[in-house]
Design a protein around this ligand. Structure first.
Ligand code: SAH
Ligand code: MG
Length: 195
């Protein structure tokens, strides 16, 4: 497996692959938060075996924590010409390196905007975008109705303990449970639900 810059542990990647294989017959996977393609490529490797598609949405300007001076700023993702974070070039480079992977559909845009016209139903939704409550909540509220019955909803960066990480994704996960989603599996900070 290609070594891709990103925020997914190997265990999380393996679990998400396994979960997608459970629901792929229901539809494609769509993830919010491509970054440099780490989770994307992990999904794509298994999706390829079953002719499945991976939609991945990112405006590629980075989340709050990726900006200049913030904790997860990465010089390699700073575009001098645009004078801002731009993760498209590294994503593109990573995709170039795995020519056999042809089932990824990268969508460059804001997940809020894209959701307004999106119609394709999903086997799995993976939410791994910004960690502000407003944004994580939008990612859930705007996309949840597209998941097929018995399909999968997965969140990354779930921290029950506030001293370990931000609480927004966890709060949104609790909303999903209130809506009737049930926790199906978990590894590290990746939690998967179904309904
Ligand atoms: N899944 C990636 C990590 C994603 S990091 C991995 O496996 O490594 C979070 C990403 O969400 C960032 O690249 C950021 O640009 C993107 N993002 C944040 N808010 C967004 C929004 N409203 N619409 C689209 N992308 C968003
Ligand atoms: Mg994450």
């Amino acid at each position: 497996m290609l070594d891709v810059k990103g925020f997914l542990s190997d265990k999380e990647a393996k679990k998400l692959q396994e979960l997608f294989l459970n629901v792929h017959h229901l539809g494609a996977v769509l993830e919010i938060g491509t970054y440099c393609g780490k989770s994307t490529l992990n999904f794509a490797h298994v999706a390829k075996e079953i002719n499945g598609l991976v939609y991945t949405v990112d405006h590629h300007i980075g989340s709050e924590e990726h900006q200049l001076g913030e904790e997860y700023f990465d010089q390699e993702n700073f575009d001098e010409a645009l004078n801002r974070v731009n993760t498209v070039p590294l994503l593109q480079k990573n995709l170039e390196e795995v020519k056999e992977i042809t089932n990824i559909i990268p969508i460059i845009g804001d997940a809020n905007t894209i959701s307004q016209s999106w119609q394709t139903r999903l086997g799995m939704l993976f939410i791994d975008g910004s960690h502000s409550f407003e944004s994580a909540n939008n990612d859930y509220e705007n996309w949840k109705h597209l998941i097929e019955k018995h399909g999968a909803l997965a969140f990354h960066d779930i921290y029950e303990d506030p001293s370990k990480g931000g609480q927004a994704p966890y709060k949104v996960l609790q909303k999903a449970i209130d809506d009737g989603f049930k926790i199906f599996d978990r590894v590290d900070t990746a939690v998967c639900l179904t309904y």
